[in-house]
Design a protein around this ligand. Structure first.
Ligand SMILES: *[C@@H]1O[C@H](CO)[C@@H](O)[C@H](O)[C@H]1NC(C)=O
Ligand SMILES: [Cu+2]
Length: 227
């Protein structure tokens, strides 16, 4: 989860987040190269006394400084597009979770296993336990198994909300009258946190998303014993 002084991403918990982190690192490498090259050019322009009053054109250098940026843009765009399409990929999900945004809480439905529906409100600061996180803990959290393809459907009851879990590399808008789809493949057990990511009113900051990932056996038991 996100903690103090974190400048980079949270640890990846899904294959798609691994891809996103790799793409981020790749793009930052390109960025660093460009920045160093430009700073070097600025410096060598500032700190020399050479002049050439008859310079009108330099075909070769112009060709290079036109083609180089074009190639770099392609080098960034191609992996970006690949991940963009990968994000939309959904492959025979075994479970469907539906998240509905409300002002100001989330409600969830697991409708294809058993009729499970619950609201998920933020735990108030005075009721959190010692090992829980302020403003991130919900009274009823999502339970999902890891290593299982899961479909997430997001919609809203009132205004636009946005359902996200950064460690899973997922962020989906919940719009009223629309159902948006995403796919989840959790790689390990644990607790994962997110917060509503579309300004939705006064208590926008206080409708966290809390997910617990457990093995499929425990998940089956949880479903069976849910009442
Ligand atoms: C926001 O949440 C707080 C705490 O639950 C509540 O007291 C307050 O009335 C809510 N604000 C609105 C506008 O509903
Ligand atoms: Cu919001």
């Amino acid at each position: 989860m996100a903690t103090w002084n974190m400048l980079s991403f949270q640890d990846a918990v899904s294959p798609i987040m691994e891809q996103l982190i790799m793409f981020h690192d790749h793009t930052m490498m390109v960025l660093t190269m460009i920045t160093i090259a430009v700073i070097y050019m600025i410096m060598s322009l500032l700190f020399n006394k050479l002049i050439n009053r008859f310079l009108l054109e330099g075909q070769m250098i112009e060709l290079i400084w036109t083609l180089m940026p074009a190639i770099l843009l392609i080098v960034i765009a191609l992996p970006s597009l690949k991940i963009l399409y990968l994000l939309e990929e959904i492959n025979k999900p075994l479970i469907t979770l539906k998240a509905i945004g409300h002002q100001w809480y989330w409600s969830y439905e697991y409708s294809d296993l058993k009729k499970i529906e619950f609201d998920s409100y933020m735990k108030q600061t005075n009721s959190i336990e010692n090992n829980e996180y302020r403003l991130l803990e919900a009274d009823n959290r999502i339970t999902l198994p890891f290593n299982i393809q899961t479909r997430i459907l997001v919609t809203s009851y009132d205004v636009i909300h946005s359902w996200t879990i950064p460690a899973l590399g997922i962020k989906i808008d919940g719009s009223p009258g629309r159902i948006n789809q995403g796919s989840i493949m959790i790689m390990r057990p644990g607790m994962f946190y997110g917060q509503c990511s579309e300004i939705c009113g006064a208590n926008h900051s206080f409708m966290p998303i809390t997910m617990e990932s457990i093995n499929i056996k425990s998940f089956n038991n949880w479903i069976k014993n849910y009442s």
